[in-house]
Every structure is written in structure tokens, then in C-alpha cells.
Design a protein around this ligand. Structure first.
Ligand code: NIG
Ligand code: FE
Length: 428
């Protein structure tokens, strides 16, 4: 008998979502299903997995979980979030219900800038305190890794304060956080009408300071990147400004991500492909020519249907068409106070199946393995495979399709993070 730390057996289904390369095309329909499956964990990693019967003949463990009637799947990776912020945008929520649009509110000095005001006024401790309950909720809903952006500071001290909060939060709770520096999220009021001057400041002062901060942070030791992101959009930053920000980031060792085609197509997809960005996010207004370019590339296209839902839109990114064209597609909540106050990857999967016509298997791969590629961490999270971090979910379902079929509740019964069971009702 080989001794391990944790043995989960008799699961109605174990779905691995395993793949060494980002999933494209029909590979998205394969979740790596093992019926009556078992997973063995040692030292925080997956030792092996397979059919329960043969695994139980070879392995014993200090802790055993009978997962009869349950599903076991990888913890979700949420590859695009703005989960660190102060204040709320409840007034804007009502304004939108009354008919104002997201871009109108933004042009009138609300939107991101309103969250900026609250975030600038908050201490690191206050930001951490406001964010911990959101992360706890995400964890209960199955997210075990999440990218987190700055972008509500929009001045040097406040952006560095956001990075400090992200680092403190990474150490304070179970979800692994991947930091992204995003000072070019909006033009701050002190640079009103002078976005070019703000971009100079971002390139010459803020990005070098963030790169220096990162070199001294625990993220380096952890082997995590610091990404650089920009909002390429009307009333935010144009294509040339976006290029300059991302090139400066790359020059300082910060791999690129980009918000592109959320409302208007400015050419951000082409820029992402040209610069070898890790991901290009939103893709709502993407042209057929840009979709074809994305499909030819290794850039992960991250779609965020909770945004369209929250903004009351009936138009969603054409994720179906993008998958059929061969693009690598991932799903994310975009959790933020304005366009998507949504902590739930399962709800995002539910939306993607209805409005973007993803099959449940495609949605699950998009929220796990492809999302892990979207944050550059697919070598350690996003699927169940020997050697990978033991981040997995015990789900109250006997068929993985339930995860996208059901919505509004929470089927996640237990979360195993780095091999440790965090909460569970059936352990013995
Ligand atoms: O991804 N588009 C820019 N950033 C966020 C919105 C942030 C906000 O409204 O506060 C997004 O949708
Ligand atoms: Fe965003």
C-alpha cells in the first residue's frame, strides 16, 4: 500500500479537464471523465487519480472521503477580476435601471472614477477588510485561483496601495491571487482631457515603480507573474496609448493582458496578438477579421457574460463562433462594483451556456484549464493531473452538466485547497 495524505473515492464522476495545451475546438467538449473515480493527494499535490477500485487497492491515506453521489472537479480559476475596491455603485445601478448606459455614466465622471474616489480614501487594511468577504464567497462557490487587478487607485501611491492589498489578501486567505497592474483603467480627474499626459506618467513613473514593487514581493518567490493590463476603449485609452502601456509593461517584465472590444472595436485584438499578450478580455464587439486573427494565435480570449447580463444587454460576445473558429476561450466573472458584481463562476457558466451557446463541457473547460492558461499558471492549476496543486471541488451532483444547468444556488459542497479540506459535510 502506498501511503498518502488524502484519498477521495467513489465519486460518481471525477472530471479532470486535463490538457497540456490550451483546449480548442472539439477538445473543449472533453472534460476527461472518470466514472466511479478516485483522487489521491500527497504533500498538497495530486499523486494519482483513476477508477476507485484500482486506486483503493494500491493507496491508503490519513484522511479518506467517500464521495458517493458526488462529483469531483478542479477548483475554478477566475482569470479576470477587479475584486479589490472600496465603496459600492448602488446609485449607478439604479441610474442604469432608469435608462442611463455604462458609457454615459463613465463620461459623466462616475463609473470607475467613482470607485477610484472611495478606493483612494481607503487604507490597505480597509481594502483588505472589504475584500475578504468577497473572496470567501468566491471560495464557497468553488474559485481556488483568481487574478486581481489594480485600477481603482489611478495615482502612484494608490495603485501601489492596491498592490499591497492584493499581496496581503493572497497571504490572508486560501484563494491564490495573481496580481495585475492596471493604472490605465480610466483617466483620473486630475488628468481630465489630458489622457496623453497620464499615459506618459503611467509609462515613465508608475510601471517602473510597480515592477520594482513586484521584485520585492512574495509573488516572485511563488513563481507568479505581475501582469500589466489596459482598458482599450472609447473614453478610456486608444489603440496607440494601449500599445505604449503594454510595451512599457513588457519592457519591465510584466506580461500583457488587455481589455478589448467591450463596447467598441478599436483594434485591441490585433494588438494582443502582435504583442503575444497572455489574454484579450471582453470581445463583445470583435469583428470577424479580428476573431479570425485571435483563432490563429495562442492568446486566450476571456469572455465575461456576467457583464452583459448585469448591463441588461441582450448581446453577448460570440464565444460559440470563436470556439468554432479555433480560438482558446476562457470564462471569468470580472467581479467589480460597476459592470459585474458577480462572485460566481458557476453562474457565469450558466450564462455562457444559455446566451453564448457553450455546451456544459465547454463552459467547464473554459472556467478551469483554459482559465489557468489565461493567467499563465496552467502548469500548476486548472485541471486534475498528477503533480498538480490539489485544488479540487466536491460537488453535490452526479453529472458534471449540473454545474452549468443549475443556477442561483451553490452545488459546491466542499473545497480542497493545496490538499487540505476547507469545508465539507460528508468527511469521515
Ligand atoms: O472589465 N471595463 C473596464 N473594467 C471593468 C469595469 C470596472 C468598473 O466598472 O468598475 C470591466 O468591465
Ligand atoms: Fe475588467
Amino acid at each position: 500500500m502506498i501511503e498518502a495524505d488524502l484519498l477521495i473515492h467513489s465519486a460518481a464522476q471525477v472530471v479532470t479537464c486535463a490538457s497540456d495545451v490550451p483546449k480548442r475546438g472539439t477538445a473543449m467538449q472533453d472534460v476527461g471523465l472518470i466514472s466511479n473515480g478516485a483522487v489521491v493527494v500527497k504533500d498538497g499535490r495530486i499523486l494519482t487519480l483513476g477508477p476507485s477500485q484500482s486506486i483503493r487497492q494500491q493507496y491508503s491515506a490519513a484522511q479518506t472521503i467517500d464521495a458517493s453521489g458526488k462529483l469531483v472537479c478542479p477548483g475554478f480559476v477566475d482569470p479576470h477580476t477587479h475584486v479589490v475596491f472600496a465603496g459600492d455603485r448602488l446609485g449607478e445601478f439604479e441610474q442604469r435601471i432608469r435608462g442611463a448606459t455604462y458609457l454615459e455614466i463613465m463620461a459623466a465622471g462616475g463609473g470607475i472614477v467613482s470607485s477610484m474616489r472611495a478606493t483612494r480614501a481607503a487604507s490597505v487594511e480597509a481594502l483588505v477588510g472589504a475584500t475578504l468577504p468577497r473572496l470567501a464567497q468566491m471560495l464557497r462557490l468553488g474559485t481556488t485561483t483568481a487574478e486581481v487587478k489594480t485600477g481603482y487607485g489611478l495615482d502612484l501611491d494608490s495603485e501601489l496601495k492596491m498592490l499591497e492589498a492584493i499581496a496581503a489578501l493572497d497571504l490572508a486567505q486560501p484563494i491564490d491571487l495573481v496580481p495585475t497592474f492596471m493604472p490605465a483603467h480610466a483617466v483620473p480627474p486630475e488628468f481630465n482631457g489630458r489622457s496623453a499626459a497620464y499615459i506618459e506618467w503611467v509609462i515613465n513613473e508608475m510601471i517602473p515603480a510597480a515592477a520594482a514593487w513586484y521584485r520585492n514581493s512574495h509573488f516572485v518567490e511563488k513563481g507568479y507573474p505581475l501582469f500589466c493590463d489596459v482598458f482599450c476603449e472609447q473614453n478610456a485609452f486608444d489603440l496607440d496609448q494601449s500599445r505604449r502601456v503594454l510595451e512599457a509593461g513588457i519592457a519591465h517584465g510584466l506580461p500583457a493582458k488587455i481589455h478589448a472590444d467591450e463596447f467598441t472595436s478599436l483594434g485591441g485584438v490585433g494588438l494582443a496578438v502582435e504583442l503575444g499578450a497572455v489574454s484579450v478580455d471582453h470581445l463583445d464587439a470583435t469583428t470577424p477579421a479580428d476573431a479570425a486573427r485571435l483563432a490563429q494565435s495562442d492568446v486566450v480570449g476571456i469572455v465575461l457574460p456576467a457583464v452583459n447580463f448585469n448591463l441588461g444587454s441582450h448581446d453577448f460576445a460570440d464565444a460559440r463562433g470563436l470556439i468554432d473558429a479555433g480560438a482558446v476561450i476562457a470564462l471569468s466573472t470580472d467581479i467589480n462594483p460597476g459592470s459585474a458584481p458577480c462572485p460566481s463562476q458557476p453562474l457565469v457558466m450558466a450564462l455562457a451556456t444559455r446566451y453564448q451557446r457553450l455546451l456544459p463541457a465547454e463552459a467547464l473547460n473554459a472556467a478551469t484549464i483554459n482559465a489557468a492558461f489565461g493567467v499563465g499558471l496552467a502548469d500548476r492549476v486548472g485541471s486534475l493531473a498528477p503533480g498538480k496543486q490539489a485544488d479540487l471541488l466536491l460537488v453535490n451532483a452526479t453529472d458534471y452538466r449540473q454545474l452549468a444547468y443549475q443556477f442561483g444556488g451553490n452545488l459546491v459542497d466542499g473545497v480542497v485547497k493545496n490538499g487540505r479540506l476547507l469545508s465539507h459535510s460528508i468527511t469521515k
